[in-house]
Design a protein around this ligand. Structure first.
Ligand code: B12
Ligand code: SF4
Length: 431
């Protein structure tokens, strides 16, 4: 069978618009189907958009996040509904919505059901996927299935675990992958790292160090194999383990992405983050001490956040010299506690999924207006990713940071120029 798997682009520019890291779901599923003898092509619209009118495929599989749902449904509309199958985080949480555009929707992880769905043995409209228990049993994802991939890729993604033992109120991960932390063996992971022969890679695990002994073992193997230039996502608590930190430095870690979420202790509590401001400061200093860059991720707009919280976040990021930051606006992703609470209080004012990318306000905040939250986040971002700070870094020969700051500056400018939502919010009657 000819199968086309599609990762739609987001409709709105976002901080990641210039970074083409593919979702691993379509690559795993494509590899499984290819290994079963099917002819598989993966189209990642951030890399290459095919001419859909002439796309010759028996089955179209579309992978859908909330921010890409509108585009995904639009693509589905170009084909006969009987050909289309959907999966991904968004449709797993709202399968009925997606069924309007697809013959079948897979809920959750799809590796163990995809062959039955594609080959017609499972014809249920809503197919329940299953969490993969033995992640070592999955094939190595074959990125060559993605049309145009090599020329564009910055960093190759690799996944070594699924699930997260925590349950933050705004996060979709546990709703999709569960709180049970499943992980691959260090041996299987190092085999994949060696085979991919990539100059740089990124661990897509949501919590790379959730089980420190397994991470330490993997890092030892990476250090022996002289692996270099990689990034991962960790929580602040990773910084309490000095052995782990030393091993991360030795094994070539360049950057950690950490969900700091807030500098407001009440907001941290409301997000169920289970971390303190002291732990955040400690984490930044411990990673910097080991020459590992810190990408700090913040979520603004919690019930206890006011205008000042946004500027305090900026001051904190500058004072602690966080290398790069992401200031997300709290977004009620379907299935999360934040969604349930705001929905029950009738405070979500749009379900235009194109705006659900952490950069647009879609609900009425508690202590400030929607417009004030949106505009102050944009302004604070502008102060962090300013042209003058980019030049300063260039002069100080902090080249990587200068490049990222300059990219941040360009993306922000483009985003403000193109943003219809922002213009709507600025009208006197809104917000
Ligand atoms: C890597 C990553 C990124 C990368 C690349 C993302 C990309 N290409 O879109 C970067 C850093 C650029 C990024 C950006 C963003 N991300 Co991101 N990201 C991830 C992360 C950590 C890993 C993705 C991954 O590879 N997962 C592993 C694979 C195996 O899972 P999967 O792709 O979902 O596939 C499985 C199933 O979904 C299903 N499936 C998937 N596709 C299909 C297709 C068919 C036909 C079928 C049948 C089944 C199926 O089967 C697969 C195998 O089991 C996830 C968290 C996570 N654990 O998934 C967040 C996540 C996807 N990101 C999220 C968000 C919010 C964003 C951003 C909006 C900004 C932000 N706050 O970080 C932007 C938006 C990007 C966009 N495209 O618009 C949310 C999405 C929530 C939602 N409801 O949509 C997640 C879930 C994280 C979270 N904390 O909630 N992200
Ligand atoms: S935000 Fe991070 S720590 Fe919290 S549940 Fe999601 S993945 Fe786990």
């Amino acid at each position: 069978m000819k199968i086309a798997l599609i990762e739609p682009r987001a409709c709105e520019a976002n901080v990641y618009s210039k970074i083409s890291i593919p979702l691993l779901g379509p690559v795993y599923l494509g590899t499984i189907l290819r290994n079963r003898g099917h002819e598989v092509s993966i189209y990642n619209e951030n890399i290459h958009t095919p001419d859909y009118a002439s796309l010759d495929a028996d089955r179209i599989g579309i992978s859908i996040l909330t921010s890409t749902a509108t585009r995904g449904y639009e693509i589905a509309g170009k084909f006969h509904r009987d050909k289309v199958i959907m999966g991904g985080v968004h449709v797993s949480l709202l399968p009925e919505e997606a069924l309007a555009y697809a013959r079948q929707v897979v809920v959750g992880e799809a590796e163990e059901v995809i062959a039955d769905v594609i080959e017609g043995r499972n014809q249920e409209p809503i197919v329940q996927g299953r969490p993969v228990e033995d992640l070592d049993a999955l094939p190595r994802p074959d990125f060559s299935l993605i049309k145009g991939y090599r020329a564009m890729s910055l960093s190759t993604p690799i996944s070594t675990s699924r699930g997260c033992p925590f349950d933050c109120s705004f996060c979709s991960v546990t709703k999709m992958f569960g709180q049970k932390y499943r992980f691959r063996s260090a041996e299987s992971t190092i085999g994949e790292i060696k085979a991919m022969n990539s100059k740089s890679f990124i661990f897509c695990d949501d919590n790379f160090t959730a089980h420190p002994p397994r991470t330490r073992h993997l890092l030892e193997l990476m250090s022996k194999a002289k692996v270099k230039n990689w990034a991962c996502q960790v929580r602040c608590d990773a910084a309490k383990d000095n052995i782990l930190l030393d091993l991360m430095e030795k094994a070539g870690c360049q950057c950690v992405c950490i969900g700091f979420e807030s500098v407001n202790p009440q907001t941290l509590k409301a997000y169920q983050k289970k971390q303190t401001l002291g732990e955040i400061v400690n984490a930044i200093r411990c990673f910097h001490k080991r020459h590992i860059k810190v990408h700090g991720m913040f979520v603004l707009g919690g019930e206890d956040d006011n205008k000042n919280s946004i500027w305090e976040t900026l001051r904190f990021a500058l004072k602690e010299k966080i290398d790069t930051i992401q200031m997300m606006i709290l977004t009620p992703f379907p299935g999360t506690k934040v969604y349930e609470d705001l929905q029950a209080q009738n405070r979500i004012f749009t379900k235009d999924w194109r705006l659900y990318d952490g950069q647009h306000i879609v609900f009425r905040p508690n202590l400030l207006s929607a417009k004030d939250l949106q505009m102050n986040v944009v302004k604070a971002y502008g102060k962090f990713y300013s042209l003058s700070r980019s030049f300063l870094m260039l002069f100080r020969l902090r080249l990587r940071n200068a490049m990222f700051h300059f990219m941040g500056y360009i993306i922000l400018k483009e985003w403000i120029r193109r943003n219809r939502h922002l213009h709507w919010l600025l009208q006197p009657a809104s917000g």
